[in-house]
Design a protein around this ligand. Structure first.
Ligand SMILES: *Cc1c(COP(=O)(O)O)cnc(C)c1O
Length: 397
């Protein structure tokens, strides 16, 4: 392993904040109770879950009863999509789901799964920067639309959608609206009233909390069928003994992320822009994927013509730089990213793209290190690449 590690893969996961660990530890040791137990150890655990719920409700601007703790982002998304779609179908309120082409696979695969239960799926296209157009949503809504799901911020290209606007369109049509806000926590406001959302998914490990614990906000009155059946936990919407340390960790991490959000977003934006501008200026035939302005503070996704992204990742790794091609879920498969293809990139251009996602541990010196290390790597790969530099043509400006 190289001496220096520059971790630029915060969109895949973030390291646990030591203060979050400290808040969690007593619930592994001193307070081991089951929140459903009547005795004092059970009551202490229940109190911790209640307190965590209150903390999260303050940040989302919702009632405590509108929150469901889950086993992570994928579970929250599955509960939102299957839970609402199946409840609406059972009530005779439709068999049609609308989502977008750049969603995380948790959303796309949950929606596709429902096709075998009689649902029809409309996948909204995005523009060259990854933005969903509100006119496309308006045109796609039908009397039998059961649910709309559009992500808040994209995990690969960082594009931030006009969620409040899309939510208002759904509300006027009387259709529940879910947003996968997993990448937004700690970077963008999460007020569910301002966002006009009926359901919102989060996962703690994307904001310096522990892995394996997530959250689903469900607006009061939204029909939802549980997807894990069993005990009466979470108001009968998600059975199973609560992950007490995880829930405490999620609430602590979200509270800390929210408190540092304005300053941290500004800091990351400056680092991100230095990285983007520096790489675009020094590497010929390179381009930025995603919207320049409507973008997560910590996301830089760039393409380098004539370069195999996977090869570049390996060279970066040898220099201690951890980046990513596509999402963590598709890397290794060598399938071009569905997100980049949806922007209109051809498969070669998609495979020539890398994501750098910044976070707390990243500072100016790390950006300097990448700016110095990366250009010669691209040059090296291009020297051996069987591809003419005329490839610039693939670049999406
Ligand atoms: C990471 C991620 C998920 C999945 O969350 P898990 O906790 O890993 O299941 C879903 N959506 C987006 C946008 C993500 O980035």
């Amino acid at each position: 392993m190289s001496e220096r590690i520059v971790y630029l893969d915060h969109a895949a996961t973030t390291p646990l904040d030591p203060e979050v660990l400290t808040a969690m530890l007593p619930y592994f040791t001193q307070h081991p109770g089951n929140p459903s137990s009547i005795h004092q150890l059970g009551r202490a655990a229940l109190q911790a879950v209640d307190d965590a719920r209150e903390q999260v409700a303050l940040i989302l601007g919702c009632a405590r009863r509108e929150l469901i703790f889950t086993g992570g982002g994928s579970e929250s998304v599955n509960l939102a999509i299957k839970g609402v779609a199946l409840a609406r179908q059972a009530a005779g309120k439709g068999n049609h789901i609308i989502t977008s082409a750049i969603e995380h696979h948790a959303v796309l695969h949950a929606a596709a799964y429902l096709e075998q239960f009689g649902f029809e799926l409309t996948v909204l296209p995005v523009d060259q920067h990854g933005l969903v157009r509100s006119d496309d949503l308006r045109a796609a809504l039908r009397p039998d639309t059961a649910l709309v799901s559009v992500m808040y911020a994209n995990n690969e290209i960082g594009t931030v959608q006009p969620i409040a606007e899309l939510g208002a369109i759904c509300r006027a049509a009387g259709v529940p609206f879910h947003t996968d806000a997993v990448q937004a926590a700690g970077a963008l406001p999460l007020d569910v009233e301002a966002l006009n959302v009926d359901l919102l998914s989060l996962t703690a490990h994307k904001f310096y909390g522990p892995k394996g614990v997530g959250l689903l906000y469900v607006r009061r009155g939204t029909p939802l069928l549980p997807q894990i059946n069993g005990g009466a936990q979470e108001r009968r919407r998600r059975a199973g003994t609560e992950n007490v340390p995880g829930i405490v960790g999620l609430a602590t991490a979200l509270t800390r992320a929210e408190a540092r959000r304005p300053a941290e977003a500004a800091r990351l934006r400056a680092l991100r822009d230095r990285l983007i501008d520096g790489l675009l200026a020094t590497i010929p035939a390179s381009w930025l994927n995603g919207d320049r302005e409507r973008r997560l503070p910590g996301n830089a996704n760039l393409g380098f013509a004539c370069v195999e992204g996977e090869s570049l990742l390996l060279l970066l790794d040898q220099a201690g730089i951890c980046a990513s091609s596509g999402s963590a879920c598709t890397s290794g498969s060598l399938e071009p990213s569905h997100v980049l293809l949806a922007l209109g990139l051809d498969p070669d251009a998609a495979n020539a793209s890398l994501r750098f996602s910044l976070g707390h541990g990243v500072h100016d010196a790390d950006i300097d290190y990448v700016l110095a290390a990366l250009p010669p790597m691209v040059e090296r790969l291009r020297d051996v690449a069987p591809c003419a530099p005329a490839r610039d043509a693939v670049a999406v400006a």
